[in-house]
Ligand binder design. Structure first.
Ligand SMILES: Nc1nc2c(ncn2[C@@H]2O[C@H](COP(=O)(O)OP(=O)(O)OP(=O)(O)O)[C@@H](O)[C@H]2O)c(=O)[nH]1
Ligand SMILES: [Mg+2]
Length: 340
């Protein structure tokens, strides 16, 4: 499936039904009085989170979303039916902006969370409302209101508690595969991961957190090099960053490149809680890995873990540290699990 994390859609609430002009005509009541009912309300366009979705792909094929109009009022004081709402399913992490004004209309994370993005118009009043002592047979009714209409810009920001960041080929996807049931593509060349992957790390029956693997960063990513920083926005909601660095490369340098690119994208993101996973420990001497870890601790002040994602070595302490960090941030892991 193609990963689509941005879409433009036109939304329009239904028009309200017009009020009716009608009079009761009954055998013994020749002028039974005005009896035109009100029109029904136009339907709303509503976005609703569907946990089964992970991309905005559907909107490429369905760029116009229009709710049903309300029915006009009828005689005998009958109201028109309301137009039905149009409920549109979106993946968790969907944000909707008004394209023209930039106004944030919806930020939907929790399952089934809903937000109206285009209100339907109100129904018009029928002539039964316009009776007064001086106006016994009003021939006026009001028209239904127009539904709201606008272009939306939808943006998807994945919802993950922890994010794996680093240079291409560092082993981020291998680590995601080692920790979760996700099966991202893994290959011995850079830029294997072209779109973010998500997986759930289970800690206990009640506790789990979601982890995201995003495409590799290179120097100049914020200027559009490599795959650029487009995918960094998926880290906006991430609470803990895990820098994955290959021990057989130049980990200290790689760390700085990755961190600088993140900072160039969003300074606050770079100062978020972070851990370092020195990966591919199987490719270097244990002493070398140990020394490198010490040096990195001093250089960065962060907790550093030596792992081999491929051989599943050293993973438990890393997961424990991520979980502890999340807890210290008052992230209720049970809650995170429930929401994801
Ligand atoms: N020896 C060894 N190789 C590893 C380890 N982890 C990953 N690799 C290998 O490193 C290569 C890159 O791994 P990926 O997981 O695809 O790397 P990535 O960081 O996701 O790369 P991009 O998606 O390109 O950013 C693959 O050939 C993996 O098999 C490890 O712990 N030890
Ligand atoms: Mg990858």
């Amino acid at each position: 499936m193609r990963f689509i994390d941005e879409a433009r859609v036109y939304v329009q609430g239904g028009k309200g039904g017009d009020g009716a002009v009608a009079f009761l005509r009954e055998k013994f009541r020749p002028f039974g009085g005005p009896a035109g009912g009100d029109g029904g309300r136009g339907g709303d366009v509503i976005l609703e989170v569907d946990e089964g979705l992970s991309t905005l792909l559907d909107f490429k094929y369905k760029p116009r979303l229009i709710a049903r109009d309300g029915e006009p009022g009828r005689g005998k004081q009958q109201y028109g039916h309301d137009g039905s709402d149009l409920v549109v399913r979106v993946p968790p992490g969907t944000i909707a902006f008004d394209q023209e004004t930039g106004e944030l209309l919806a930020d939907l994370v929790a399952p089934k969370a809903r937000s109206i993005v285009a209100h339907g118009g109100g129904g018009g009043h029928g002539n039964m409302h316009f009776v007064s002592p001086t106006r016994r047979t009003p021939r006026i009714a009001t028209a239904g209101g127009r539904g709201e209409q606008r272009w939306l810009l939808l943006e998807l920001q994945l919802v993950a508690a922890a994010g794996l960041v680093g240079l291409p080929n560092a082993g981020k996807s291998t680590l995601l595969a080692a920790l979760t049931a996700a099966r991202p593509k893994i290959a011995p060349y850079p830029f294997t991961t072209l779109t973010p992957n998500l997986g759930r790390v289970k800690i206990s029956d009640e506790e789990a957190f979601t982890i995201a693997d995003i495409p590799g960063l290179i120097e100049g990513a914020h200027e559009g090099h490599g795959l650029g920083i487009r995918f960094l926005r998926h880290l906006k909601r991430v609470r803990v960053l895990v820098y994955v660095l290959a021990l057989d490369s130049a980990p200290a340098h790689d760390f700085e490149v990755a961190r600088d690119e993140i900072a160039a994208f969003d300074q606050r993101m770079a100062s978020r809680p972070a851990l370092i996973a020195l990966n591919k420990a199987d490719l270097v001497e244990p002493g070398e890995a140990h020394d490198c870890a010490q040096a990195m601790r001093l250089q960065t002040g962060l907790d550093v873990f030596v792992i081999s994602a491929e051989q599943h070595r050293g993973l438990a302490p890393l997961v424990e540290a991520v979980a502890q960090t999340l807890k210290s941030l008052h992230t209720d892991l049970g809650d995170v699990a429930a929401r994801l």
